[in-house]
Design a protein around this ligand. Structure first.
Ligand SMILES: [Zn+2]
Length: 259
């Protein structure tokens, strides 16, 4: 893929700097759009141009992200792809005009570039889910670096400045490293348990229990996701009828979408 090749020669350090820059922009956008506004970000965004150049601000990626929305926005997230069900998930999202976030496993892209391209073409956000679904809490700094940066290079420059740790396992060192690369960790507030062989009706019931601001954990890879697709197809129109809207996780938007 074009951007994969372009990024093949980028060093991890250079990528970290790029992502750190992206993270600053995305974080500022998120903070400026919600009620819990970071005063430092507002001060930066409203600062009038001065005649003397200012020092480059230090990227301020926070150690975690939580939805601040008081409205009925919901954040659908799909982990472990791209896989055989990614296109089906994308079909359902498109049918319902819904935007979501995909946490990508880097090594999967080698055989599924078209799936990732469609994720981008249809306006969804992406984040890093490590190179091969690693448990970062069991790794040393060198291994964590490789897992996050090799995957980020494969996902390409449209990847949002965010990550989700496989198994939700993120100890202090891994969190610190992710943040130092400019990747905001994004967890979830509602688990469909589709990773644990939940039935279609079980997944549907979890979806229909959605509350405003929920970040919903689902999967488009890692196994048979036909129940996920079917439950999503049933639930999305009903949730929209109940007044819910759907958006990509703000801190996962690529920098081009935050300006
Ligand atoms: Zn996963």
């Amino acid at each position: 893929m074009r951007f994969t090749r372009e990024f093949a020669g980028v060093s991890a350090a250079a990528l970290a700097l790029l992502l750190a820059a992206c993270g600053t922009a995305a974080q500022a956008e998120q903070e400026n759009s919600g009620p819990q506004v970071d005063s430092e970000s507002v001060a930066t965004s409203k600062r009038k141009p001065k005649s003397t150049p200012e020092p480059t601000p230090v990227p301020s990626v926070k150690p975690s992200w939580s939805p601040t929305s008081g409205d009925k926005t919901v954040y659908l997230t799909f982990d472990d792809g791209p896989g055989p069900y990614t296109q089906k998930v994308l079909d359902v999202l498109k049918e319902n005009d819904v935007k979501a976030t995909f946490f990508i496993i880097g090594k999967m892209i080698r055989t599924r570039e078209a799936d990732l391209q469609r994720v981008y073409d249809e306006g969804h956000a992406t984040g890093d889910h490590t190179w091969d679904h690693a448990d970062l809490s069991r790794m040393n700094a060198t291994e964590i670096d490789r897992q996050l940066n090799k995957s980020a290079v494969a996902i390409g420059p449209k990847m949002g400045p965010c990550m989700r740790p496989p198994y939700g396992a993120l100890d202090g060192e891994a969190r610190k490293l992710a943040v130092s690369y400019g990747m905001t960790p994004v967890m979830w507030t509602r688990d469909t348990n589709d990773w644990n062989k939940a039935s279609e009706s079980q997944i549907y019931n979890v979806l229909m229990g959605t509350k405003p601001g929920d970040v919903i954990l689902m999967h488009d890879g890692g196994g048979d996701r036909s129940n996920t697709v079917a439950a999503l197809r049933d639930a999305l129109p009903k949730l929209k009828d109940k007044g819910y809207s759907f958006a990509s996780v703000p801190v996962c938007l690529p920098i081009a979408n935050t300006q």
